[in-house]
Ligand binder design. Structure first.
Ligand SMILES: Cc1ncc(COP(=O)(O)O)c(C=O)c1O
Length: 361
């Protein structure tokens, strides 16, 4: 029987550990979403998010997981007569290409082997054909534990292809990795809050450029729930088109206050330190799955070079310490395992987990 009063400590790459004080925010009395109290909460949260994500453009709060914004970016900003280049370097970037196809769009994939990064040169070569209206990228590929060189890619795109729209899945990147939305020249980026925002699942944050919003006006068949035009109209009143997950927005507001107080440079530094700790351990005891140069500071995908039984190791640690980390994702199950180091996870938490894994291997 599951002991609901004592659930496992989470080191899976989402949902991640949520601190008690954050959980308390979800238990606050609710607000009517068309009232002035909600508008205040919404408006304050958006103002803080603009600072955290370095943008003066549009931020929408979507009561959905991040996958909804995969679909939103495509359905709002890619015409049926256009071609979108979907870069694929792991399970999640692959899935986004699948979502774009399922929206009836013309998709071409730029694939690299899992564990390899998608580079500016690879994208440049494709875009030089002049064929593409938009590109999808994954900032941090949660299956392979890899951070793509999105700053270099963005510089190249701003310089050579300023008219091509850029959609970036930052689901396991925000707010653990640097992200200066306006300077990067991106059009859509997003994350669900169960990753480095360290909130239970149920809400996604989307940043949308003015040009993406403008373009969406003329793209037919946007649907209703994820229509950027609907979000923008309601955002003027500090509201959402449909009833939002108010408790999650309370928790998001609380987490944003903490992030601003800490300062984003310090937040990124904290994530880097956690990444370095886990990588050092992984290299000593096993190996990294991806090229080290691109290894992520929010999670590590460890290559199972010792051939341990990952599922059994996870179970043993759960039984003894009520703590779980992640098996490999999809086809990388057992071949790899994953440890999250994002959000409110600490260096001490990680040291404890790594010592427990050491006892099992
Ligand atoms: C990189 C990436 N993109 C998208 C998703 C899907 O997010 P959600 O489950 O919040 O829809 C995930 C989930 O882990 C992810 O890691």
């Amino acid at each position: 029987m599951v002991d609901w009063k004592n659930p496992p400590r989470l080191f899976i790459p989402g949902p991640v550990k949520v601190n008690e004080d954050v959980l308390q925010q979800l238990a606050r009395p609710t607000l009517g979403h068309r009232g002035k109290e909600y508008a205040q909460l919404h408006g304050d949260t958006i103002s803080m998010l603009k600072k955290i994500l370095f943008t003066d453009q549009n931020i929408f709060l979507s009561t959905s997981s991040a996958s909804g914004i995969w679909e939103a970016a495509i359905r709002n900003c890619v015409g049926f007569d256009e071609v979108v280049l979907c870069t694929c370097c792991g399970a999640f970037s692959d899935k986004w290409a699948g979502v774009a196809k399922s929206c009836g769009r013309n998709v071409e994939e730029l694939k690299v082997d899992w564990g390899k990064a998608t580079t500016a040169d690879m994208i440049d070569e494709k875009l030089a054909t002049g064929k593409y209206a938009a590109v999808t990228l994954v900032y941090n590929e949660t299956s392979t534990g890899l951070t793509n060189p999105v700053y270099q890619i963005s510089e190249m795109m701003k310089d050579k292809y300023p008219d091509v729209l850029v959609f970036v899945d930052s689901v396991s990147g925000l707010v653990g990795l640097p992200m200066h939305f306006d300077d990067l020249g991106w059009d859509v980026t997003f994350a669900s809050v169960q990753k480095a925002f360290a909130i239970p699942p149920g809400l996604a944050v989307a940043v949308v450029s003015n040009r993406a919003l403008g373009k969406s006006k003329n793209v037919p068949g946007r649907g209703y729930y994820f229509d950027f035009q609907q979000f923008a109209k309601q955002a003027e009143k500090s509201q959402t088109p449909t009833t939002p997950a108010v408790p999650h927005i309370m928790a998001l507001n609380y987490q944003c206050e903490k992030l601003i107080a800490e300062g984003m440079e310090n937040v990124w530094k904290r994530h880097k330190e956690m990444g370095e700790l886990v990588r050092a351990w992984a290299k000593e005891k096993f190996a990294l799955f991806c090229e080290e140069k691109y290894a992520s500071n929010t999670l590590t995908t460890v290559k199972n070079t010792r051939g341990i039984n990952v599922a059994e190791t996870i179970k043993a640690i759960q039984d003894k310490h009520n703590t779980i980390f992640g098996n490999g994702y999809g086809k990388l199950k057992e071949e790899t395992f994953r440890i999250a180091h994002m959000g409110d996870i600490t260096l001490d938490d990680l040291k404890e987990l790594l010592a427990w894994i050491d006892e099992e291997i």
